[in-house]
Design a protein. Structure first.
Length: 74
Protein backbone atom coordinates (compact mmCIF):
# COMPACT_ATOMS: atom_id res chain seq x y z
CA UNK A 1 0.00 0.00 0.00
CA UNK A 2 1.62 3.27 -1.09
CA UNK A 3 1.64 6.08 1.46
CA UNK A 4 2.55 9.54 0.19
CA UNK A 5 3.19 12.51 2.46
CA UNK A 6 3.25 15.96 0.88
CA UNK A 7 4.17 19.17 2.71
CA UNK A 8 3.51 22.58 1.23
CA UNK A 9 4.35 26.00 2.58
CA UNK A 10 1.31 28.19 3.04
CA UNK A 11 -2.05 26.83 2.00
CA UNK A 12 -3.92 25.43 -0.98
CA UNK A 13 -7.61 25.40 -1.81
CA UNK A 14 -9.70 22.25 -1.46
CA UNK A 15 -9.84 22.04 -5.27
CA UNK A 16 -6.04 22.28 -5.55
CA UNK A 17 -5.55 19.56 -2.94
CA UNK A 18 -8.12 17.33 -4.66
CA UNK A 19 -6.19 17.77 -7.92
CA UNK A 20 -2.90 16.87 -6.23
CA UNK A 21 -4.46 13.72 -4.74
CA UNK A 22 -5.91 12.73 -8.13
CA UNK A 23 -2.62 13.38 -9.96
CA UNK A 24 -0.42 11.53 -7.48
CA UNK A 25 -2.82 8.58 -7.36
CA UNK A 26 -2.92 8.44 -11.16
CA UNK A 27 0.88 8.48 -11.32
CA UNK A 28 1.23 5.58 -8.87
CA UNK A 29 -1.39 3.60 -10.75
CA UNK A 30 0.18 4.17 -14.18
CA UNK A 31 3.85 3.94 -13.21
CA UNK A 32 3.78 1.27 -10.50
CA UNK A 33 0.55 -0.58 -11.24
CA UNK A 34 -0.87 0.20 -7.80
CA UNK A 35 -4.54 -0.21 -6.96
CA UNK A 36 -5.98 3.33 -6.65
CA UNK A 37 -8.02 2.26 -3.63
CA UNK A 38 -4.79 1.40 -1.81
CA UNK A 39 -3.07 4.76 -2.39
CA UNK A 40 -3.00 6.91 0.75
CA UNK A 41 -2.04 10.59 0.55
CA UNK A 42 -1.61 13.16 3.31
CA UNK A 43 -1.17 16.85 2.53
CA UNK A 44 0.28 18.94 5.34
CA UNK A 45 0.09 22.72 5.09
CA UNK A 46 2.99 24.35 6.92
CA UNK A 47 2.53 27.96 7.94
CA UNK A 48 5.18 30.22 6.46
CA UNK A 49 5.74 31.40 10.04
CA UNK A 50 6.89 27.87 10.87
CA UNK A 51 9.16 27.29 7.86
CA UNK A 52 12.53 28.82 7.17
CA UNK A 53 14.95 28.69 4.26
CA UNK A 54 18.21 30.48 3.68
CA UNK A 55 18.37 31.56 7.30
CA UNK A 56 15.03 33.40 7.43
CA UNK A 57 11.38 32.57 7.91
CA UNK A 58 9.45 32.37 4.65
CA UNK A 59 6.91 34.86 5.99
CA UNK A 60 9.71 37.42 6.39
CA UNK A 61 11.18 36.69 2.98
CA UNK A 62 7.77 36.96 1.34
CA UNK A 63 7.00 40.22 3.16
CA UNK A 64 10.15 41.74 1.66
CA UNK A 65 8.99 40.68 -1.80
CA UNK A 66 5.45 41.88 -1.16
CA UNK A 67 4.00 38.51 -2.12
CA UNK A 68 2.73 36.17 0.62
CA UNK A 69 2.68 33.22 -1.81
CA UNK A 70 6.01 33.71 -3.57
CA UNK A 71 7.85 30.60 -4.65
CA UNK A 72 11.53 30.48 -3.71
CA UNK A 73 14.02 30.56 -6.59
CA UNK A 74 15.71 27.23 -7.13
Amino acid sequence: MPFVSIRISGSASREQKAGIVADVTSSLVSRLGKNPAAVQIVIEEVSTENYGAGGILLVDRDAKKGDAHAVPNR
